[in-house]
Design a binder for this molecule. Structure first.
Ligand code: ZN
Length: 177
């Protein structure tokens, strides 16, 4: 069911700073992405069949930011490419494995991903990933532009939530009248 290690995720404070070392190894940044849910920007560097993913948080309160505060920079997760993510998740659930995502979520380019709790994997966060047909590889976008876009999206998401809460409160007030 496991095809290969797709990538290894490394949590870093600054992708540009980390690139100085990783490029000196001979790796090259091939594509970048912003993940709103995780509040991170990421950069992928192909290494043969697999890739190295540098993960940088843009906010203090996201999961990767908390990881950096607790443990400092370092190995954050290992991602396996799998043949059938639904089947594998169902099998893991049956055996009582604690999953962060019981159902795959749809990532960039339409890919399906799910995380397994690190407690289950002896201290390592495991990402499962199933390639979908005609999955789009995201382009190499300038990191600063990506961070800016993510910050704006994040603010908008927060504003949306505030609007939602105040709408609920108003509804409650109306009901009292
Ligand atoms: Zn990853």
């Amino acid at each position: 069911m496991i095809k290969k290690i797709d990538h290894i995720g490394i949590a870093v404070k600054s992708i540009e700073e980390a690139l100085i070392f990783y490029e000196s190894l001979g790796l090259k940044m091939a594509h970048t992405e912003a993940e709103l849910e995780q509040r991170v920007v990421v950069a992928f560097m192909p290494a043969g069949e697999s890739e190295v993913e540098l993960v940088e948080p843009i906010e203090e309160d996201g999961p990767v930011a908390r990881f950096l505060q607790r443990r400092g920079e370092g190995l954050h997760h290992i991602c396996f490419e799998v043949i059938d993510i639904h089947k594998l998740l169902a099998r893991l659930k049956e055996t009582g494995v604690e999953l962060i995502d019981g159902e795959p979520r749809i990532g960039t380019g339409g890919k399906k991903i799910a995380f397994i709790h690190p407690q289950e994997a002896h201290g390592v966060l495991i990402e499962l990933y199933e390639k979908v047909p005609d999955e789009k590889v995201p382009p190499l976008v300038d990191l600063e532009a990506l961070r800016e876009r993510l910050r704006l999206q994040s603010e908008a998401a927060r504003a949306g939530l505030e609007e939602f809460i105040s709408a609920l409160q108003k509804r409650g007030e109306n009901r009292k009248e």
